[in-house]
Every structure is written in C-alpha cells, then in structure tokens.
Ligand binder design. Sequence first.
Ligand code: MTE
Length: 320
Amino acid sequence: MLIKRPSDIKASEITPEGLYLNRREFIRASSGAAVGVAFAGLGAASLAAPAPAFAQEPLGDVKKGPFGTDEKLTPYDDVTTYNNFYEFGTDKSDPSRYAGRLQTKPWTVKIDGLCDKPADYHLEDLLKGQALEERIYRLRCVEAWSMVIPWVGFPLANVINRAQPTSQAKFVAFTTLYRPSQMPGQRYPALDWPYVEGLRMDEALHPLTILAVGLYGKTLPNQDGAPIRLVVPWKYGFKSIKSIVRISFVDRQPPTAWNKENSHEYGFYSNVNPEVDHPRWSQARERRIGEFFRRKTLMFNGYGDQVAKLYEGMDLRKYY
Ligand code: MTE
C-alpha cells in the first residue's frame, strides 16, 4: 500500500508483492468498463487518457469560518492532482485521471443507527439551511506530506444535532460509496471495500470537524471526495473519508479501513503526533507539498489548543 510509506520512497521498493496494484492492469481495468468501447482498439497511450473532469461550480455565499491559518495555500493544481483516493487507484495521479466518470448527482446520504431522527437525505436537503464557511486547514497525511487547503463546508455537529443521537450513541461511523463500475480501484482488493471511518462522539461534535462540499470556493472535484467528505484537521488525512454515503450512530468503536488493513500501523485515533513514529518511518517532520525543505510536524497538526483536552489522561502511544 502506498499509504504505508513516506512520499519519497518508490512504491515498488516496499509494497508487498501481490498487493501492489499493477499499473498496466489497473489502466486496462479502468479503461475496460469505465471507458468502455470508446477506447476499444486504441493504443496503450490512449488507454491512459484522463477521464473528462466536470467543471466545478461556484458555491456562492461562503463566509470566512473560524480556526483558519494564514499559511500559504497549496496551489489548486496540487490539491487536485496529488490525491489519495484508492477507489480510483493507488498512485497519487490516479484519482485525477480516473475520478471524472463518477456520477455524484443524484447523491443520497443515509443517517441511521442510534438516533431519533434517522433519514435518507438528498444532498440538497442535507445542505438546506447550512451556512457554508471557508476553513483554511492544514491536512497532514500519514505519509509525511502536508497541504494547506481552503475547504468550504459546515460543522458536522449540525448534522449530528439534527439527527438527535440517543444517549447510547458513543461513536459516529462513516461509509464511502461502493460503486466499482465508476470506481475502478474497487475492483482490486487494495482495501476491504467500502472505505469506512469513525470518530468518537466528542471528536465528531468538535467545532473543528467539518463536512466539506468544496474547496477554493467551488464544489469538490471528484478526486477530492465529491460531493461530500469529512475533514478532521488534527488527525492524519486518512480519517478524512471521501464521498460519504452513510453516517451511523453506534455504541462501539467502529471498524476503520486502515485499521482493518494493518492495525499495528494504523490506530483508531490517528491523531497527528510527531512523538509517535509510524513503525516504519518518523512522523517528526513533513514535506509541505510545493516546498523543498521539510518542516517540523506539530502536535495535533497545530490544533492542540482546540483539541488536546479531548485526550486528557489518555496514553497517546497506546491510543495511536
Ligand atoms: N477516503 C476514501 N474513501 N478513500 C481513500 O483512499 N484516502 C485518505 C483520505 N480519504 C481515502 C479517503 C487519505 S490517505 C488521505 S491523505 C486523504 O483522503 C487525502 O485527501 P486529498 O486527496 O483531498 O488530499
């Protein structure tokens, strides 16, 4: 898995045989069903042609939200071409190449589990009455790179409060769309599909935690998790699950995609922590995409003032 390494080691050098998604095979698979007859009979170069990207729509009335950083923004081109979204392949460039065919309209989000107001929402209804905010957050990937992104979204707490979870609800579980016909990476066992994630209830209700529907003032590009994704800025990027179709209230810690894949390397909490190394590399420093020199990684990705109290008394080496 590429996620199990810092960005400067070649995947082919460390990925176990059999798990590495053979690039040519992947291109063949994604062109086979998604591109279909259009590419039949064309040469290999054409098979690697990017899927047409839909133009992003402006999001209109977006207010500046709290907790923003004034650090230099990562250029839009990097934010939209250097992605982890294994449903479209394991290479950083795969999502922008292959996600264009994902249909995100109509989109339904199921809200269920231990709550008084479960519902299946059309995305438009879920967004009704939500004041959209721009939140400029750092995203720190477990692979030791980071970006600064102007997200557009609203607090996840708004959705939780509307659903009225019962007192038994202790965690929130999230699920990504499973649609191999449009997500060619799901035809390979790179992960146990669908991608799932979870937060403890207090983390989910924290005002820093948002559901994002856009970036740079426009709707999310597919490769960044359209039409709706989670953003939890004090945790490693893999907690920020993309293209969400289900949000469930549960009483036990829910399974998460990377913890299922390798529980020794990826814990449930996954708070950014420069003092706890990944078993195979240091987390003390990171490469900001677009910069040459590495910088120090900050505890809780620099959001400690806001979130450290959530973990008071917890051994963060044990609960990594
Ligand atoms: N969500 C899904 N469904 N599938 C994925 O592969 N990758 C995660 C996260 N969310 C992933 C996902 C990882 S490892 C990271 S670092 C971030 O998305 C990357 O988000 P970005 O591509 O918008 O930078």
